[in-house]
Design a protein around this ligand. Structure first.
Ligand code: 13P
Length: 252
């Protein structure tokens, strides 16, 4: 039995004051939902602002990115140790970072190893572009991202890695994948790849989330699929009522 997992990726939204306001709306309703691992991923500048609010709430805090080096001359970057001071989770390799900031499977792999070393729970994002989808290359692309991105991880450390399948064509477009299509990619591409890397038992324990235009209205279409263990939510995580409804829908 895999515990359902729902994370809100706020992307570049909310000042620290706005973040505190949103967290104050989420706190009571989210704390009341049992049986789902819940995580909020605000921008770096809001992590410190909300960390004390979340203490004892059962709601986790995550960063949206980090560098793999411990410290040094990397202007504008944030180290794993800095993230670990405030967070239990970190999103790695989001498609927006791959598209706009030059991240590759190789940098994803470095960040993943750094996250595991610092005892952070990594949420590793994979997913094909529209062009790759339309040319029937989804399996090939996702397989490559998993195989290279998750390379050289010891099976004993792999169970806590969370994978998020986010087809790029479904992100922020309002055109979500169908539950069936996502379930196919999770069950026929990602989990078998995890099994080859880490063994079947570990692969069965790992959570695979769907992301891309998840809303309160379509969440249960995804959560009723056997291979979908939760969601990575963008736009809808910025509205308290929507996000709470999505988390509620994830309860088994
Ligand atoms: P949307 O839910 O806004 O489509 O974003 C999904 C996403 O990229 C989450 O990481």
């Amino acid at each position: 039995m895999r515990t359902p997992f729902v994370a809100g990726n706020w992307k570049m939204n909310k000042t620290a004051a706005e973040a505190r306001e949103l967290v104050s709306q989420l706190l009571g309703p989210l704390t009341d939902v049992a049986g789902v691992e819940k995580v909020l991923c605000p921008p770096f500048t809001s992590l410190f602002a909300v960390t004390s609010m979340l203490e004892g709430s059962g709601i986790g805090l995550g960063a949206q990115n980090m560098h793999w080096e411990e410290k040094g001359a990397f202007t504008g970057e944030v180290s794993p140790g800095m993230v670990k001071e405030l967070c239990g989770y970190v999103i790695i390799g989001h498609s927006e970072r791959r598209t706009y900031f030059g991240e590759t499977d190789a940098t994803v792999n470095k960040k993943l190893h750094a996250a595991l070393k610092h005892d952070l729970t990594p949420i590793v994002c994979v997913g094909e572009t529209l062009e790759e989808y339309e040319s029937g290359r989804t399996s090939e692309v996702v397989l490559r991202q998993i195989t290279l991105g998750l390379a050289d991880v010891a099976p004993a450390n792999a169970a806590r890695i969370v994978v998020a399948y986010e087809p790029v064509w479904a992100i922020g477009t309002g055109k979500a994948s169908s539950g069936e299509n996502a379930n196919f990619v999770h069950g026929q591409v990602i989990r078998p790849a995890l099994s080859r890397l880490f063994g079947e038992e570990t692969a069965q324990a790992m959570r695979i989330l769907y992301g891309g235009s998840v809303t309160a209205a379509n969440a249960s279409e995804f959560f009723q699929q056997p291979e979908i263990d939760g969601a990575l939510v963008g736009g809808a995580s910025l509205k308290a009522g929507e996000f709470v409804a999505i988390v509620r829908a994830a309860v088994k």
